[in-house]
Design a protein around this ligand. Structure first.
Ligand SMILES: NC(=O)c1ccc[n+]([C@@H]2O[C@H](COP(=O)([O-])OP(=O)(O)OC[C@H]3O[C@@H](n4cnc5c(N)ncnc54)[C@H](O)[C@@H]3O)[C@@H](O)[C@H]2O)c1
Length: 591
């Protein structure tokens, strides 16, 4: 018979514990909240007060309900006060010995049928459970940060735990309005196993100065629609906790990609643990605050240090989806655009597509008729590259084939005036391969727009080892003028976004292949646990499995990381012709 759970205990009132207390108390449970010391109790109380005050200010909680919520909580620094609890959730720091000690003590304090749960993110629940006399009542109950907001809960089932205990915890999670998923006891469970490889990779990009922290974060927010960038998320999680999670995952799987980036250890040692200490990758106005303040790494606004090149007229080569979108973006922003297609029919098709898109904008009230006509008036279509002789900048968006692009750059080099900037919007080819066939590699740069270019704000500005500083500065400035958000990075496979995104998608496929969780559960984990707009399998099906496989192969070839090797299941699905939505079947089947 299912247990009646009405009184619960929470041990540790830090980043997670305080939030877990709030979740329980909000849902009518009586809570015993335990910290290690009276000072810890005061701090935990403060966090809870602050959080519920905010809920009241935002109209999400009434003052009466807030008072009732607080009345349901008893704070203490004595574990013995947990004696009457039906369930205890432990949320102390991520150290195995500490957790084992606490579970051994709890075992003596609580009732024989009380459930003991750990909120560990990565440690073995089994190892924690065997510190008690009755591992059959020990489970993992892994909440996500911030616990009052995120709906996902992983319920971790060890090989010894009683099925009923797992069921009771799952039922309780549902009662709390959460979406629980039951999984086995493997480091990182679903969400962290997929998240932390990505976070660690982002940290290593920062550490190697591949891009700035602001650019890495903006790239993932704007390019993938994530609620936070990876470095801001590390600060929220806590760098010490993140370090321990990565370390455990590395020790279990020996995947080098999980070996914590060296800078993490240095930052933790220096006390830069993220928001909770007021400083991590970013600086906050005080410990515990989410408000970022400027520091020595904050980029300076204002004019670039180099003189910018003048860009008034632009050329676009290509007539596909990206080229059409890019032409529209320039024309709407007031630039005269000469676009080059391979046939007159294509020239007209591009113009028609843009006219239709602008018309839609007018109908929605986002553009007036005069602006529409002006934008159309700025378009010149042609089939001759020679017409690009006078433009200040050319963006090519032809087929993703190096030979084709190189031939085009040779031509542009001969045709365009000296000082014109030549940009490629390639998403996977090395920009330097295009630059090196010209006699002006200093003028060649990557301008990686995202699809649909009219809507997506992000542009990755890619400099090669040869690109001049004023070219980079000019293109950054140009992007801002187009209403885009430029991020700047070096010329490596995947740039920022794809290099961070695709290995994560590939890891999800490997997890599915290993039968650790279903595609449904994995998608749920990333959406409800991490606030991603789409789960990895939904996204793979939209992007196309063939495209994803090609990108993953590029990344593997460039970095030679064992962990980047494409998942065999992905290869098999592509071989079978299951390419995602476009073929009606990928990881899921579509009507
Ligand atoms: N931070 C996250 O995003 C996150 C998310 C999910 C799960 N977790 C897991 O939750 C657990 C707690 O992590 P956190 O980020 O909240 O850490 P934290 O450092 O913010 O908080 C830990 C709290 O435990 C207290 N504590 C230490 N020893 C104690 C003891 N003997 N008795 C009572 N309290 C004690 C500390 O004073 C501190 O307030 C870890 O296992 C972590 O892996 C963390």
């Amino acid at each position: 018979m299912a247990r009646e759970i009405s009184t619960v205990g929470v041990i540790g009132l830090g980043t997670m514990g305080a939030g877990i207390v709030e979740v329980f108390a909000r849902n009518g449970l009586s809570v015993v909240a335990v910290e290690a010391s009276p000072e810890g109790v005061e701090k935990g109380k403060g966090v809870l007060q602050h959080s519920t005050d905010r809920a009241v200010t935002r109209g999400k909680l009434t003052a009466e309900d807030q008072a009732a919520l607080h009345d349901r909580i008893r704070f203490t620094a004595d574990l013995a006060d947990l004696a009457e609890c039906d369930l205890v959730v432990e949320a102390v720091p991520e150290h195995l010995d500490l957790k084992r000690q606490i579970f051994a003590r709890l075992d003596e304090i609580v009732k024989p049928d009380a459930i003991l749960a750990t909120n560990t993110s990565s440690l073995s629940v089994t190892e924690i459970s065997v510190a008690t006399h009755n591992p059959r009542r020990v489970v993992g109950m892994h909440f996500f940060n911030p616990a009052p907001v995120l709906k996902f809960v992983e319920v971790i089932k060890t090989v010894v735990v009683e099925d009923e205990v797992v069921e009771d915890v799952k039922t309780l999670a549902e009662r709390l309005g959460k979406k629980p998923v039951v999984v086995g006891d493997k480091a990182g469970f679903i969400a962290n196993a997929l998240l932390f490889g990505y976070l660690n990779h982002a940290v290593s990009m920062f550490e190697s100065r591949y891009a700035t922290r602001e650019d890495i974060d903006a790239a993932m927010q704007l390019g993938c629609g994530l609620p936070m960038g990876p470095l801001a998320l590390m600060d929220l999680i806590g760098l010490d906790t993140a370090y321990e999670i990565l370390d455990t995952m590395y020790k279990q799987g020996r995947d080098r990609l999980h070996a914590p980036s060296p800078v993490l250890k240095q930052m933790v040692t220096a006390g830069l643990k993220g928001r909770k200490t007021g400083r991590g990758f970013y600086t906050y106005d005080e410990p515990g605050s989410s408000r970022v303040v400027a520091d020595h790494l904050t980029p300076h606004d204002g004019e670039a240090h180099v003189a910018l090149r003048e860009v008034r007229t632009v050329g676009v080569v290509g007539s596909g989806t990206m080229a059409t979108g890019i032409v529209e973006v320039f024309a709407k922003a007031g630039y005269d655009v000469t676009y080059v297609a391979r046939s007159q029919a294509k020239v007209e098709a591009v113009r028609a597509a843009i006219a239709k898109s602008l018309e839609k904008a007018v109908q929605r009230g986002k553009l007036d008729e005069a602006a529409r006509d002006a934008a159309l008036g700025r378009l010149t279509g042609t089939t001759s590259l020679d017409d690009l002789a006078r433009v200040d900048l050319v963006v090519e968006a032809v087929v993703e084939d190096l030979k084709v692009k190189q031939a085009l750059f040779e031509n542009l080099d001969e045709i365009c005036k000296p000082g014109a900037i030549l940009a490629t919007t390639t998403s996977s080819l090395p920009v330097i391969e295009c630059a090196s066939v010209t006699k002006r590699p200093q003028d060649v740069v990557g301008m990686h727009f995202f699809n649909p270019a009219q809507i997506m704000k992000l542009v990755e500005v890619v400099h090669t080892v040869s690109t001049d500083d004023d070219v980079v500065a000019t293109v950054q400035h140009l992007c801002r003028d187009l209403g885009k958000h430029p991020v700047t990075c070096g010329d490596r496979a995947g740039f920022i976004v794809n290099a961070l995104l695709f290995p994560y998608l590939n890891d999800a496929v490997k997890m599915l292949e290993a039968h650790y969780a279903s595609a449904e559960d994995i998608d749920t984990a990333m959406k409800t646990g991490c606030g991603y707009p789409m789960g990895p399998f939904e996204l793979l099906d939209v992007v196309g499995l063939d495209v994803s496989l090609a990108i993953q192969r590029e990344l593997y070839l460039e970095f030679r990381e064992r962990g980047f090797a494409p998942a065999p299941l992905l290869e098999h699905l592509v071989t079978a012709g299951y390419l995602g939505r476009k073929t009606g079947r990928g990881f899921r089947t579509y009507a």
